[in-house]
Design a protein around this ligand. Structure first.
Ligand code: SF4
Length: 64
């Protein structure tokens, strides 16, 4: 599973962190969401799908 975040689209609403806290976090540097690479192998696709649905700016993409 490859998860990417469009940083131009991300407006830091944090919905993704709420839905999939093992996969997403915030970058202190950019103030935008990041993908925790070590969380991806164990990530629940359901959690990731909820995060995608919860993102108001459609910034999250996933390739399974
Ligand atoms: S829910 Fe979308 S806009 Fe909000 S932090 Fe996550 S990726 Fe960014």
């Amino acid at each position: 599973m490859k998860i990417t975040i469009d940083l131009m689209a991300c407006k830091a609403y944090a919905n993704c962190l709420v839905e999939a806290p093992d996969v997403f976090d915030f970058s202190e540097e950019t103030g935008k969401a990041i993908v925790l690479e070590d969380g991806v192998p164990n990530a629940s696709i359901e959690d990731v799908r909820r995060a995608i649905d919860a993102c108001p700016t459609h910034a999250i993409s996933v390739v399974e």
